[in-house]
Design a protein around this ligand. Structure first.
Ligand SMILES: Nc1ncnc2c1ncn2[C@@H]1O[C@H](COP(=O)(O)OP(=O)(O)OP(=O)(O)O)[C@@H](O)[C@H]1O
Ligand SMILES: [Mg+2]
Length: 248
């Protein structure tokens, strides 16, 4: 049997009284694309931080391709193939777009010299930042910052890419471009876990959707079945869930 690219077992995490994960299990198969939805503050981003190694779970274990990575520092997890984007973009503001990407091509993908330069330039172009490779990252607007997040994730040559609300704040044509880009990336064999409130972007990309609420995955399966689940709809009442149906 193929080892899952990611396996979370019995993950629990709380911040004081706030429970963000409660004995949570999640398995991602190689090349699989999974969407994650859940109300604001459910703990979705924290889940990514625990997978990427920036936050420690209170208990539980995380493994990648059969290897327990629970005690591995964040930079080592990037190196072995866990790429992520941040919900609030975090570029190195004083560096150019190209230099930002070069950091991940070297420290993440382990490339040097010409190969690193090529990867940095190619990933920048791939996400539509080809014309601003020399611009200072701090001068970019929100859309370009989101693209840079995606490019940084890709530049590190991940096996699994964690996308945290990369479609938020984009116009519909921009979302369509993004969906095409992410589908292309997945077709190359990357596993993708995508947290997103713009649900129709997810349903065009993933075959599996999970909903995180109260520290647990309250639904996990076919995207349309999950979105139709009364329990899922209940946790979303009064929040920003927008499905294709709702926006059509
Ligand atoms: N470092 C931290 N210290 C204390 N509390 C935190 C910390 N990080 C997150 N939290 C809290 O944990 C909860 C989950 O936060 P998280 O950002 O993971 O939610 P989310 O599901 O990503 O929400 P959103 O949809 O708004 O992005 C929130 O109540 C948040 O305030
Ligand atoms: Mg979040």
């Amino acid at each position: 049997m193929t080892e899952p690219v990611l396996a979370l077992r019995g993950i629990s995490k709380r911040f004081g009284e706030v429970v963000v994960a409660e004995d949570l299990d999640l398995t991602v198969a190689p090349g699989e694309a999974i969407g994650i939805v859940g109300p604001n503050g459910a703990g979705k981003s924290t889940l990514f931080s625990m997978i990427a190694g920036e936050q420690k779970p209170d208990s539980g274990a995380i493994s990648m391709l059969g290897r327990d990575i629970s005690s591995l520092p964040a930079q080592d997890r990037t190196r072995i193939g866990i790429g992520r984007t941040f919900q609030i973009p975090r570029p190195f503001e004083g560096m150019s777009v190209f230099e930002n990407l070069l950091v991940f091509a070297t420290s993440g993908a382990g490339l040097h010299g010409h190969a690193a330069y090529t990867r940095a330039a190619e990933t920048g172009e791939r996400v539509g930042l080809g014309d601003v490779l020399n611009a200072q990252a701090g001068s970019l607007g929100l859309l370009a910052r989101k693209r840079l997040e995606l490019a940084r994730g890709l530049a590190s040559d991940p096996t699994v890419l964690l996308l945290d609300e990369v479609a938020g704040g984009l116009t519909e044509p921009e979302v369509a471009d993004l969906v095409e880009l992410i589908r292309g990336v997945q077709q190359e064999g990357l596993a993708i876990v995508w947290i997103e409130h713009v649900v129709h972007a997810l349903t065009q990309t993933v075959r599996r959707l999970a909903c995180l609420a109260g520290g647990r995955l309250i639904a996990d399966g076919d995207p349309f079945e999950v979105l139709d689940d009364p329990v899922v709809r209940e946790v979303y009442l009064g929040t920003t869930l927008t499905t294709e149906e709702d926006t059509a």
